[in-house]
Design a binder for this molecule. Structure first.
Ligand SMILES: O=C(O)CCC(=O)C(=O)O
Length: 349
């Protein structure tokens, strides 16, 4: 059956089988039975209480180890009020329950739009669709974008603005901590990014009749600097560790943090931007809200000078974030990391 609706949400509730355009080739299916769902196998949980106090150096060390070994960690005692987080998840759920015609007012398949509702990943370039709808918003500086955001549900702008302003505070603290963990000045990474941006996505994964055949999002790394992800209580996120997919089961009151491709470049390959994916399930809808923190489009990204020496030659070329971002959207979510295209080819030197 071909997709006859623009958005998956309006198709998913009527189908007993996954439509053919969502079915992955046999060699590229989630193989859910092989996923490690144990808590012990999962990513580190770091308590940020005391980051600016007595536990400072210990927390910086934990963050550095997690960035190097896992590329992913969770944080608790992050300072973002529970009410702000709860309102964010509630408003996302209300948005995706709006009537189709109301949601479609925000629809666009053009990735360069700063506010848009769409489906899958990039409907213009991909061959197989993903079991996801998403609302993507630019959110910093807030005053440049908030007037584009949906006005329905009525408190959408207010609730989302509070959320992204609070998350920005957390991201800035994390970027400082990561900079310090690399042995750089605390403000070094922040300063190299130019007028940095902040985007977010409200991801909505409807229940899926045959989750073994498709993905919410297939394995990918994030093209930006760092991502802070909020997920509801439904499992779905999986991270690749030592060649095995590991489930990141939701822990209330925590956020998930992951290193993006630009941080891997700045760290000269010490910190890892790791493959992750979202799988779906038969019974429950799932919502996740990633915040993507990005360099300015004209910022030149390259390994930090302090981390390059005779023993550790630069692994990546210099490039602008705009160049990188364009490549990322054009090539789709291929499993090979987009970063490989920006590596220095030492065989040619
Ligand atoms: O839904 C998730 O848990 C992952 C979302 C994600 O990786 C993304 O939006 O890039």
């Amino acid at each position: 059956m071909a997709l006859t609706k623009l958005l998956l949400t309006d198709l998913a509730s009527d189908v007993k089988y996954v439509p053919s355009n969502y079915i992955r080739p046999i060699s590229d299916r989630p193989n859910l039975a092989a996923v490690d769902t144990s808590t012990v196998g999962s990513i580190p949980l770091i308590d940020l209480e005391g980051l600016h106090g007595p536990n400072h150096s210990d927390i910086i060390k934990q963050i550095g180890q997690a960035c190097q070994n896992d590329g992913f960690f969770q944080v608790k005692n992050h300072g973002i009020p529970e009410a702000i987080v709860d309102n964010m998840l509630r408003i996302a759920s209300e948005f995706f329950q709006l009537p189709e015609a109301e949601r479609l007012k925000n629809y666009s398949d053009d990735p360069s739009k700063t506010t848009r509702l769409s489906t899958s990943f990039n409907v213009k370039t991909e061959r197989v669709s993903n079991w996801r709808d998403f609302l993507r918003l630019h959110c910093h500086p807030l005053e440049n974008y908030v007037h584009e955001w949906p006005t329905n549900p009525p408190s959408f702008r207010e609730d989302v603005a509070k959320y992204c302003t609070s998350v920005r505070g957390l991201v800035l603290r994390l970027v400082e901590a990561i900079s310090e963990s690399l042995g750089l000045k605390r403000d070094s990474i922040e300063k190299s990014l130019g007028k940095h941006g902040q985007h977010m996505a409200l991801n909505y994964y409807p229940p899926c009749p045959q989750p073994e055949l498709t993905y919410g999002l297939p394995g990918h790394t994030d093209p930006n600097l760092i991502t802070v992800l909020l997920q509801d209580q439904v499992p779905g996120l999986q991270v690749l560790r030592n060649g095995k997919w590991v489930a990141v089961n939701p822990i209330p009151k925590t956020f998930i943090v992951n290193i993006g491709d630009q941080m891997q470049v700045i760290s000269n390959d010490r910190y890892k931007s790791v493959l992750h994916r979202a799988v779906v399930n038969c019974t429950k809808e799932r919502i996740s809200v990633p915040t993507f923190y990005c360099p300015s489009p004209d910022a030149v990204v390259e390994p930090a000078k302090e981390l390059v020496n005779d023993k550790n030659p630069a692994v990546f070329k210099s490039f602008t974030y705009a160049e990188y971002y364009e490549k990322f959207w054009d090539r789709g979510l291929a499993t090979e990391c987009c970063l490989d295209m920006f590596k220095i080819d030492r065989t040619m030197l």
